[in-house]
Design a protein around this ligand. Structure first.
Ligand code: FAD
Length: 461
């Protein structure tokens, strides 16, 4: 009843380009509900698709005053951008865009802009930013919650690169937040912004391609596939690459089932280096010496940053993605991870597309100010658990294996040092997600000030 009344008062306030979708069977509604994963996907009472910033403000303001719960949706890669029949989804896909101010090394990103669209907007200006590894991931939520990037060695994490925010607060007001305007809220938004308001616009630092060592925004990308028999020598070879102080590198070592038949477990090593082809060949030579089953070394430019990972961005099925920060590399723990991946696939053949991965980047070389709440800026190794399956009967088992994978890679660390990535979990203790003395208390008192009733999630309350 509250939703119906709210929508009828909202409609006249929206621009003609916006849409309100009520019929769950309609193609527009179903298209809006398509997500990276169907895990915990809920069907809302209605979907509002604002077409401009004022539409978003009117929608949030109206929903707050009618006490209608809502969730924003940008790229749809999390399990928190849908809601049940009690509320509405504010789907930002019709409101998006990027303005580049290359002279000042800045870009402003609006609404539901996705990662690849951001890259495409920066490319003609020969500018890069701390983008993530998923072409369809929403830029704003990614930056708000941390932003783990291949470009972190040059510019730090995404949250460190936010310079200004336009946010709709729990009074339904559109406010500008920066280091000068409400510095405490700015600190909180840069790391925990999804819990503090709906962000309509982010202004982000960008950098010229020349910082990457060339004018084309280019890096060298290797792909090396190995039999599991070579496990120890591959890990030893990779350690020399990850530990190189001469070159900036980043990449993934994945435990996956070999395509196309997904029958055999293999190691897929995908190192990337910011250097010439000749230098990359030299850097990656230890991997070549092991004797890969398949290998490739190609250049890639910033606009195509994560095209090679587009298969992971496929919509549908049941998928979960968790990321846990690691203190460093451990071949012993990684071997345990491979055993757990085997156990997953043996017990759930429908989960054969799952991949257990460690991602690394060399330490950040930039001078950093770290005026943000993210708190995990010095983590250089991340466990990425991608669980991808189709049978709903396997939810619990997949979940158990995900937790076992995290425990295996945390072996040898004190619990106080456990790091969970807030963009991927709302279940792990808040102390795992936000590090630094007093960070959690400071975030909690900020939440109490700006969103005491939990309009933008109950996190931090
Ligand atoms: C395939 C894949 C690759 C990934 N790669 C990386 C990576 O390389 N690095 C990395 O750091 N992370 C990565 N992630 C994690 C990713 O950063 C988070 O899942 C991110 O929150 C997804 O944003 P989204 O817009 O796609 O998702 P959504 O589900 O649309 O949104 C995520 C959350 O933010 C809220 N939200 C949406 N829009 C707004 C807004 N404008 N203001 C406030 N809140 C909002 C939603 O309600 C939801 O709670 C990846 C995830 C996947 C699945």
């Amino acid at each position: 009843m509250a939703c119906t009344a709210f929508l009828s008062t909202l409609l006249p306030k929206l621009s003609p380009e916006s849409k309100v979708l009520r019929d769950a069977e309609s193609p527009d509604f179903q298209s809006s509900m398509r997500r990276w994963s169907n895990y915990k996907l809920k069907v809302p009472f209605a979907i509002v698709q604002p077409a401009n910033e004022n539409d978003v403000v009117q929608t949030v303001r109206g929903a707050i005053s009618a006490s209608v719960p809502f969730v924003p949706a940008s790229g749809g890669h999390s399990q928190w951008s849908s809601i049940d029949q009690s509320g509405i989804i504010i789907d930002l896909s019709r409101y998006k865009g990027v303005t580049v101010d290359a002279a000042n090394n800045l870009a402003t990103v609006r609404g539901g802009t996705r990662m690849k669209e951001f890259q495409a907007a920066l490319h003609p200006h020969k500018q890069f930013a701390a983008v993530g590894n998923g072409s369809t991931v929403g830029v704003i939520p990614y930056y708000l919650g941390g932003g783990i990037s291949t470009y972190t060695p040059f510019v730090g994490y995404g949250s460190e690169n936010i310079v200004a925010v336009k946010l709709i607060n729990s009074d339904g007001e559109l406010v500008e937040v920066s280091e000068k305007q409400d510095p405490e809220l700015f600190w909180g938004v840069c790391g925990a912004g999804q819990f503090l308001g709906l962000v309509t616009e982010l202004t982000i630092k960008t950098k010229p391609y020349s910082l990457l060592g060339n004018e084309d925004g280019q890096r060298m990308c290797g792909t090396y596939i190995f039999s599991m028999h070579s496990f120890d020598v591959v890990c030893a070879a990779l350690e020399t690459i990850m530990g190189s102080t001469e070159y900036v590198s980043a990449g993934h070592i994945m435990i996956v089932q070999a395509p196309p038949d997904l029958k055999e477990q293999v190691l897929l090593v995908a190192p990337q280096a910011f250097c010439s082809a000749t230098e990359a060949s030299k850097l990656f030579q230890p991997l070549v010496n092991v004797g890969p089953l398949q290998q490739m070394l190609v250049p890639s430019t910033f606009d195509k940053h994560s095209d090679h990972l587009d298969w992971v961005c496929a919509e549908g099925d049941f998928k979960r993605f968790s990321q846990a920060g690691l203190a460093g590399w451990s071949t012993r723990n990684f071997k345990h991870l491979a055993e757990l991946h085997s156990e997953l696939v043996e017990n759930c053949p429908d989960a054969a597309r799952s991949g257990y991965t460690v991602e690394w980047h060399t330490p950040c070389r930039a001078k950093r100010e770290l005026k943000n709440s993210f708190g995990n800026e010095n983590v250089e190794y991340w466990l990425n658990v991608l669980s991808w399956y189709t049978d709903s009967a396997n939810h619990e088992f997949v979940d158990t294996m995900d937790h076992k994978a995290q425990a295996a890679m945390r072996e040898g660390s004190e619990e106080a040092a456990f790091v969970s990535y807030t963009n991927c979990t709302r279940e792990d203790p808040i102390e795992y997600r936000y590090k630094g003395i007093g960070t959690v208390d400071r975030l909690r008192s900020l939440k109490k000030r700006v969103d005491p009733t939990g309009i933008f999630t109950r996190e931090l309350l």
